[in-house]
Design a protein around this ligand. Structure first.
Ligand code: BT5
Length: 324
């Protein structure tokens, strides 16, 4: 009901919609209409009421409300079902819990703030309130578990494409899954998996995009290494539009991957990569290698040419870009 009232006010804005018309359309009493208007106001919508004229919408809050995300999203399945949290520990754990309870392909879990945001290997992801886009998608691709890595790579391509469309900023992909602007990280991706030997039960793709942070919004230790889209473009970014475009790009690339395989995704990934054909250092928990990042193979592993000429296949690790 609340969503219908909102849609009506949006459609008619800046005109007024009379209380009587809303009553008639929804078949409810004046008091019920007033309650819906109050509920919308409490959610941050600015609605003016004028005697004899009715109600008009004068302001929309900067929130990733499901009704805002759905409004204008033409996706077939991705993001059609949405769970929204003002605050949550981590959207990835929420997504896993919901997937275990039966939520399936395309379910979106989005939060305004994460208090226990996760990076890879137990690292932390900083996700302050109303400043970024912190979300997870439940997916059930009909592929073998080792191919799950490809979803992380297509996620990177989808997010980078959406950022370019919405802000004009060209984010580069650093293997395996960081998006950088210059040398600073703007987005991180964490994919988690529930699988058997032969099939994936579900996969959770967790994506964090730094959107409207000012430099001082980052903790001291991240100021040198992290960036936000607002800082880079010098303007506040519409988070709803950016998540809509990200979901649209994700659905498009996911469809391409399911229909045509990994090759077209990998080709685009390579075009967007900033960690190929350059000298790099790969750090793994117990070792590190310097070499030339030569290529990515069909499974998404990095092929590193070592100084001795040997080609090393790296499945996981941290890349740092070397200047020489
Ligand atoms: C990642 O890990 O980059 C994956 C981040 C995934 C975050 C999303 S948000 C929605 C979903 N729910 C979650 O709980 N997680 C996912 P990794 O490559 O391990 O990078 C982690 C490192 O990035 C940290 O150790 C910090 O150095 C740095 N970092 C933390 N927060 C950052 C931020 N907001 N921006 C840039 N760098 C950050």
């Amino acid at each position: 009901m609340k969503e219908i009232v909102l849609r009506l006010l949006k459609e008619r804005s800046p005109e007024y919609v009379s209380g009587e018309e809303i009553c008639r359309l929804l078949n409810v009493t004046r008091t019920a209409v007033w309650k819906h208007i109050q509920a919308l106001r409490e959610s941050g919508y600015e609605i003016e009421a004028r005697p004899r004229a009715g109600y008009t919408l004068t302001g929309i809050p900067d929130r990733l409300y499901p009704e805002e995300i759905r409004d204008g999203l033409s996706n077939r399945f991705l993001g059609r079902k949405i769970y929204y949290f003002d605050t949550v520990s981590t959207t990835n754990d929420k997504a896993k819990e919901l997937a275990r309870q039966g939520d399936g392909e395309g379910t979106l879990i989005v939060a305004e703030e994460q208090t226990g945001g996760k990076g890879r290997l137990g690292r932390k992801w900083f996700a302050p309130k109303y400043k970024g886009i912190w979300f997870s998608l439940i997916l059930c691709p009909p592929v073998l578990p080792p191919e799950a890595n490809q979803v992380t790579m297509l996620a990177a391509v989808a997010v980078a494409s959406a950022i370019k469309k919405e802000t004009g900023i060209e984010a580069g992909i650093k293997w395996p899954n960081d998006l950088l602007v210059g040398s600073k990280k703007i987005c991180g991706i964490l994919t988690e998996l529930s699988a058997e030997m032969e099939r994936i039960n579900y996969l959770v793709a967790g994506i964090g995009i730094n959107v409207n942070q000012d430099e001082t919004d980052f903790p001291e230790e991240l100021r040198e290494s992290a960036a936000s889209l607002k800082n880079e473009s010098k303007r506040k970014i519409d988070r709803v539009r950016l998540i809509q475009t990200t979901l649209a790009e994700f659905e498009r690339w996911y469809g391409t991957w399911l229909e045509q395989g990994f090759a077209p995704v990998l080709a685009r990934w390579k075009e967007m990569s900033v960690s190929l054909n350059c000298p790099v250092r790969i750090s793994a928990p117990n070792n590190s290698w310097d070499g030339w990042a030569e290529d990515i193979d069909g499974d998404g592993a990095l092929l590193l040419r070592l100084p001795g000429g040997e080609l090393k296949r790296v499945i996981s690790g941290e890349v740092s870009l070397r200047l020489s």
